[in-house]
Write a protein that binds this ligand. Structure first.
Ligand code: F0G
Length: 455
């Protein structure tokens, strides 16, 4: 029996498709063996992402109807702004249509040619914004050791950060970014101790510290569970302490905004906010709607209140933990400890016979789809490897991870039990799986459009 119970009951339902094995094979072949190219109507359980896939609450649906669609100065913006100010303490609030627009605008204002942004790990769209500004994105995740579980595996390596700041490239560093939780590194949280350490180093060197706060509530909850001294704090209070240590943040509100679209920039510095607002106007919309409808702002304001509910966050962490345990019992190499938004499986360990250049994580993900219509996301060499030049083999990713993302409030324990059964079936025939080779790939973020064939 699952050790948790969903802290909600279901009010509206959506039927899920059950394509036959033949239909799944046909869909995957037509998609060039790339799950991003498979239509959602051919997916039974979709764990591709936790982004924009949340189910809204009755209160959010009710709030939606109150949206003020005025072009300028909408009442819905006032509500959104006051909820964000209350949550973060940042006075300057700019909505954007999603996270990457916020990144592009803020990082585009901070960075120029030859500058450096340092992070625990830049998410791929964050890295793309840094590079679009002509700057370099340096990742300094805390080192992981075989067989050692780190409760704060999302931390930045403070020694390496100090060394970089004191070294030759120190003067080129324009910002430090902490992604909370660290999506590209197993969805692990960042501790308050680590954020405070980064703050101190930033102060010494006069550099601003920003949070990529897309999963701020899950990070805050995991701090109450794992960091000494915070067991009695509310996730909301911990989140405020996180924000208090930073100069500002951006977020994709498609995650902890509990909504299907939205993003934000929130800052202390009014001058920087003014420059960002000019670009919001140019590329998103008037700063009181920033590429969103008034009704979206209402939904987000309500979502940002609901998301710090301790019962909801406990369920979120416990369902991920239970799901990870079940996958582990089914013989899958699961990254431990689990975070909240996803469970990560190391396909490199499961499919040792497939070299990284033949994308073992893709092979595992595709087989889950063929076996049971389950869609997950490859985070291995297809995503994080560097394409080889002139026919040279790819530089492999550090690990061949597959992410089973958990959309918020969407799937129940019995859906996840089904996924575990499918994964066990795939594990039982792991030795028979074959790798893939690329037939066609685009530029940055090739995973979205790549076409593959079986090796
Ligand atoms: N930052 C983080 C940490 C993210 O995980 C994402 C998106 C973004 C920024 C960009 O936000 O999608 O609203 O433009 N992550 C999604 C995922 C796509 O599947 O992990 P966006």
């Amino acid at each position: 029996m699952p050790s948790f119970m969903e802290p909600f009951r279901i009010k509206a339902i959506e039927s899920i498709p059950f394509p036959s094995p033949d239909e799944r094979r046909e869909a995957l072949t037509t998609a060039g063996y790339n799950l991003f190219r498979v239509p959602a109507r051919k997916i039974t359980i979709d764990l591709l992402t936790d982004s924009g896939t949340a189910a809204m609450s009755a209160d959010q649906w009710a709030a939606l109807m109150t949206g003020d669609e005025s072009y300028a100065g909408a009442r819905s913006f006032d509500r959104f702004q006051s909820v964000v100010q209350d949550l973060t303490g940042f006075p300057e609030v700019l909505p954007t249509h999603q996270g990457r627009a916020a990144e592009r605008i803020l990082l585009g204002n901070l960075l120029g040619l030859g500058d450096i942004s340092v992070s625990n790990t830049h998410f791929d769209s964050t890295r793309a914004s840094v590079e679009a500004a002509g700057a370099e994105a340096v990742d300094l995740p805390v080192p992981s050791y075989e067989g050692v579980q780190n409760p704060f595996g999302g931390d930045i390596d403070l020694d390496a950060l100090a060394e970089l700041l004191d070294g030759q490239s120190g003067p080129r560093i324009r910002c430090v970014v902490l992604t909370v939780t660290n999506n590209a590194n197993g969805g692990q949280p960042v501790s308050l101790l680590n954020i405070a350490g980064a703050r101190k180093l930033c102060d010494t060197h006069g550099i601003p510290l920003f949070l990529d706060a897309s999963r701020f509530a899950e990070n805050a909850y995991l701090i109450t569970e794992r960091e000494v001294g915070y067991a009695d704090s509310t996730p909301r209070a911990v989140a405020r302490t996180m924000f208090d240590l930073a100069d500002g943040c951006w977020a994709s509100l498609k995650k902890d905004g509990l909504a299907n679209i939205g993003g934000l920039i929130a800052l202390r510095d009014a001058e920087l906010a003014g420059r960002c607002a000019d670009q919001v106007i140019a590329f998103e919309g008037f700063p009181t709607y920033g590429g969103l409808a008034g009704r979206d702002l209402e939904v987000l304001a309500q979502g940002l209140i609901e998301v710090t509910d301790p019962d909801y966050l406990r369920y979120r962490a416990e369902s991920a933990r239970w799901f990870g345990e079940q996958l582990g019992l089914a013989g899958l190499p699961v990254l431990q400890p689990t975070g909240c938004h996803a469970v990560y499986v190391d396909a490199g360990v499961l499919l040792e016979h497939i070299p990284p250049q033949q994308f073992p994580a893709t092979a595992f993900a595709n087989e889950l789809y063929l076996a049971g219509g389950v869609r997950v996301c490859e985070l291995g060499t297809l995503v994080f490897g560097r394409p080889g030049q002139d026919g040279a083999p790819d530089t492999p990713a550090p690990r061949e991870l597959v992410r089973f993302a958990l959309p918020r409030r969407v799937y129940t324990a019995s859906h996840l039990e089904y996924v575990v059964d499918v994964a066990e079936l795939v594990r039982s025939k792991a030795e028979q799986l074959r790798g893939y080779r690329l037939v066609r790939q685009g530029g940055a973020m090739r995973q979205f459009t790549a076409v593959l064939e079986q090796a």
